[in-house]
Design a protein around this ligand. Structure first.
Ligand code: ASP
Ligand code: MG
Length: 501
């Protein structure tokens, strides 16, 4: 069997759901289980309604609820026709009535708890999955709506509940297994689950991908398909570089690194339950039925490309901290790290010498209070409008000359590099440039490492010509002045998430 997950934009309208039913129909022989998000923007709207109601203003919340009801009603009518839509209406209306009661209650008690929020947000996926299931049936697919709250079991950490795999496997097999045997197509909402006690929970915003991975792992799926509105993961941002193309295959670690450094297609950590079981995950485009997209697997796929992708993360500040005279090295570093810890500052790249340290941090996450604290012990300067360029690829491990060819290319673009990092995992090379240099440097690097019309050998042939293939040159600078590492490696992030599964 396979799991097919469709995100909010893939079920945003009657036309979109029509496309989804064609895509699922084309896979019907493979025993698909379908997981859907709420229709696009619905979860945000439910959050807004909850906040309005909890502030005491129920009338605005109820006006938004009426619009939400109309949207679902109209979509159902367009997909199902008047008669069948009228048959589904009582179920949809019952959910809308529950929502209305809840919002009125919120306005009275003026408090939206995490538990209440999970209950509120669960309606987005309940409504969309009911409509999608019926739309399938009308189109000749023998769909069966399944209540995710009866399959996915989590702890009671509301708003970002942690799945309990043992119980989930047992319940999902019991609920979904018999349907598959009867050649039915189970359709269920993503994102929502329930605690052992049956109280509704959610897996955190954007959690439908997580649901797909959990269900896939619980049912030992052959593969998981994540259908979205782009053509898989790209070699770089197509807005920066028109030559960007779809990555055919990528390892889980590479995908995790890309997400951390700015790629936005999906959060790979949510795929871990599937990756742990060696189930391949495909990211596909629901606007293109023939989409082949990107395959994400546990192992590094073979590729003759040097790198898998290039990302740029803008809005970065470099903070330079130089110890005031008389402060010892040991005490200095400890104080800097303690200050970071106190202000929960999440830094990306760090470079350290005896009496100074530079680090990068997202400008919007740089607390003024941290700078004030650091000024107590050091001279502090801050450079804004910087960007981190990150090249990711597991194949660079142990290969000499890669960093040299990266920095040669940057030099050819006449771009100045402010900081450099190559982590211990040797899965990425990252460096900091001025934000305004981003398009130029990304285009140069992409042209070099992903030359047009060749799917293979990118960069490597040219590297030989430069005669630098034998001399090890890694970007982390000299021993004396720099020791750089990623603030958070893919592995440590992976471990953290693994612990949560
Ligand atoms: N509907 C949920 C959200 O918007 C879950 C998802 O779309 O994955 O966060
Ligand atoms: Mg989503």
């Amino acid at each position: 069997m396979i799991v097919m997950k469709f995100g909010g934009t893939s079920v945003e309208s009657a036309e979109a759901i029509e496309r989804v039913s064609k895509i699922v129909g084309s896979r019907s022989k493979e025993s698909p289980v379908v997981v859907v998000s709420a229709m696009a923007k619905v979860t945000d709207q439910l959050v807004a309604m909850g906040n309005k109601a909890a502030s005491g203003d129920s009338s605005e919340a109820l006006t938004s609820l009426a619009a939400l009801r109309e949207r679902h009603r109209d979509t159902a009518k367009a997909l199902l026709g008047e008669k069948r839509a009228a048959a589904l209406a009582p179920r949809l209306n019952a959910h809308i009535a529950e929502l209305e009661n809840f919002l009125r209650g919120l306005a009275a008690v003026r408090e939206l708890t995490p538990r209440g929020s999970d209950y509120l947000l669960s309606f987005g996926e309940l409504l969309s999955s009911l409509i999608v299931a019926d739309a399938f049936i009308v189109r000749g697919l023998s769909a069966a709506w399944v209540d995710s709250r009866e399959c996915l079991v989590t702890d009671a950490t509301h708003t970002r509940a942690v799945p309990q795999m043992g119980a989930t496997r047992e319940k999902s097999k019991k609920k979904i297994g018999p349907l598959l045997t009867k050649k039915r197509i189970p359709v269920m909402g993503g994102f929502i689950a329930a605690s052992q006690e049956g109280v509704p929970t959610t897996l955190g915003r954007g959690g439908s991908d997580y649901s797909a991975a959990i269900i896939g792992a619980a049912l030992d799926a052959d593969r998981i398909e994540i259908w979205t509105d782009v053509e898989g993961m790209m070699t770089t941002d197509p807005r920066l570089c028109p030559g960007a193309r779809t990555i055919k295959r990528i390892s889980f670690n590479e995908a995790a690194e890309l997400a951390y450094f700015g790629a936005k297609v999906l959060h790979p950590l949510t795929l871990l339950p599937a990756i742990h079981q060696n189930i391949p995950v495909y990211v596909l485009n629901s606007r293109n039925l023939k989409s082949t997209g990107t395959e994400i697997t546990a192992q590094t796929p073979h590729s003759s490309d040097t790198f898998r992708a290039i990302t740029a993360k803008k809005g970065i500040s470099i903070v330079n901290v130089v110890a005031s005279r008389g402060v010892g090295v040991h005490g200095f570093l400890r104080s800097v790290f303690e200050a970071m810890d106190r202000h929960a500052a999440s830094v990306d790249i760090v470079a350290i010498s005896e009496v100074s340290m530079s680090f990068t941090i997202e400008t919007k996450r740089l607390p003024d209070a941290l700078l004030k604290d650091l000024e107590e012990i050091a001279d502090v300067t801050c450079e804004n409008e910087q960007a981190i360029i990150c090249l990711v690829g597991e194949d660079i491990h142990g290969k000499p000359g890669i960093a040299a060819s990266v920095f040669n290319t940057v030099a050819n673009a006449a771009v100045n590099i402010r900081m450099i990092s190559q982590g211990a995992s040797e899965i990425n090379i990252s460096f900091v440039v001025q934000e305004s240099d981003v398009p130029r440097v990304v285009r140069h690097l992409h042209d070099y490492f992903f030359p047009a019309n060749t799917r293979a050998g990118a960069g490597s042939a040219k590297m030989k010509k430069t005669g630098i293939t034998r001399k090890p040159a890694n970007g982390s600078g000299t021993k004396r002045s720099q020791r750089s590492s990623n603030g958070r490696s893919a592995l440590s992030a992976k471990r953290a998430a693994a612990a949560a599964v």
